[in-house]
Design a binder for this molecule. Structure first.
Ligand code: B12
Length: 318
């Protein structure tokens, strides 16, 4: 948002306040402050500002451009930079929030709005469920961990997310082929968006890669409210050589589509992250491409089988 748009918003709000009687004569300094902002920045607003005054009071709605679009996100906000090309190059070299400018000691409004927009993206990814249509596309049946109280409990009780419910165990026992070479499992983890962004690409690559390598591919399924440690329960039930768990990573600000593939050789009760490997940061345009990640997962599975080990033991075996 530029200064002209800001000034227009300030003008509109002050107008509304005056119309509603909220601004008394004593508040005229606010009025003149706002007026001085708009006289400095004179051109008319490009931001549609629709103001409606209801019977009970003010109801102002302001439509602003989406601050999370790549164009808005990558606009340098430093006023009068000494080296504008250098600034752009610097900004292009990192996803860190640099070149955002400031208003006195504070963030600029544009940066603040972007921050809030990104936070909303993160919250959405964390709190919503994976699209059922996507799970149906890959014939993934759903089981649940011991989390019963929704996302809030999932977040507060990681221990419950590491254990399958009794129902889940029964269903898996009924539906899954046992003693397979590779068991693929999908878990929502901390980002539904990550699964939605990557599953379509990575799933077929892993499945075909495993089968092309002459290995058996177990009956895949989806675990709701999953944590990485749930791999142990899967290993105990299905008895595969290798478990691959595709799971949504903890979202960063504005980066919700990052997925990981956690893997373990014959996972069992008591195994820890030291017994696991991870292919992380799987996402298109900047992360590990999901197609490549799928091929890499198959390679690691083969290595695990060859060395009969995963995690630190696999590292030591190499
Ligand atoms: C949160 C986190 C942690 C937390 C986990 C605590 C917790 N209970 O959540 C802590 C701070 C303990 C941690 C530690 C480590 N982490 Co860490 N961690 C992450 C982070 C930011 C998010 C992971 C996530 O979202 N998991 C999904 C959720 C659903 O899983 P969860 O069940 O809630 O939590 C489990 C996993 O997070 C797992 N985990 C976390 N880190 C690692 C690393 C490895 C190698 C493995 C096998 C498992 C693992 O531990 C948790 C408990 O089981 C990722 C960044 C990313 N892009 O993924 C890095 C990341 C996965 N971690 C990484 C690393 C290197 C480590 C350490 C080895 C660092 C170190 N030198 O000590 C340790 C080892 C972990 C271990 N337990 O043995 C790397 C892995 C790189 C790689 N390909 O090997 C990542 C990708 C960060 C990075 N960009 O470098 N980590």
């Amino acid at each position: 948002m530029d200064d002209t748009q800001l000034a227009a918003i300030v003008d509109a709000i002050v107008r509304e306040l005056k119309e509603s009687g909220a601004v008394k004569p004593a508040a005229s300094s606010l009025d003149s402050q706002a007026a001085s902002v708009s006289t400095n920045l004179s051109s008319p607003s490009v931001v549609p500002v629709k103001s409606r005054t209801s019977g009970s009071g003010v109801n102002l709605s302001i439509d602003l451009p989406d601050p999370t679009t790549p164009q808005a996100r990558n606009t340098p906000r430093v006023k009068n930079p000494k080296d504008s090309n250098g600034l752009r190059a610097l900004m292009a070299s990192t996803t860190a929030r640099i070149g955002v400018g400031r208003a006195g000691p504070r963030y600029s409004t544009a940066s603040l709005l972007l921050f809030q927009g990104d936070h909303a993206v993160t919250q959405d990814a964390l709190y919503r469920d994976v699209d059922q249509k996507l799970l149906d596309e890959f014939n993934l049946f759903t089981v649940q961990t011991k989390v019963k109280g929704g996302k809030q409990e999932y977040l507060l009780r990681p221990d419950l997310g590491r254990q399958l419910s009794d129902d889940a165990k029964r269903t898996i026992n009924e539906k899954c082929q046992k003693n397979v070479n590779v068991q693929l499992v999908v878990g929502d983890g901390l980002s539904a968006a990550a699964i939605e962004a990557n599953l379509r690409q990575i799933f077929p690559v892993v499945k075909q890669g495993v089968q092309n390598a002459g290995l058996t591919f177990g009956t895949p399924f989806f675990i709701k409210y999953a944590r990485v440690g749930v791999m142990n329960d899967v290993g105990e039930l299905v008895k595969p050589d290798v478990v691959v768990l595709l799971i949504g990573e903890r979202p960063g600000l504005g980066r919700a589509e990052s997925m990981s593939a956690y893997m373990g050789y014959k996972p069992k009760y008591g195994d820890t992250d030291a017994d696991r490997d991870v292919v992380c940061n799987i996402f298109e345009n900047g992360g590990t491409n999901p197609l490549e990640a799928g091929a890499y997962v198959v390679q690691i599975a083969q290595k695990m089988r060859k060395n009969q080990a995963s995690g630190v033991k696999l590292k030591l075996a190499k």
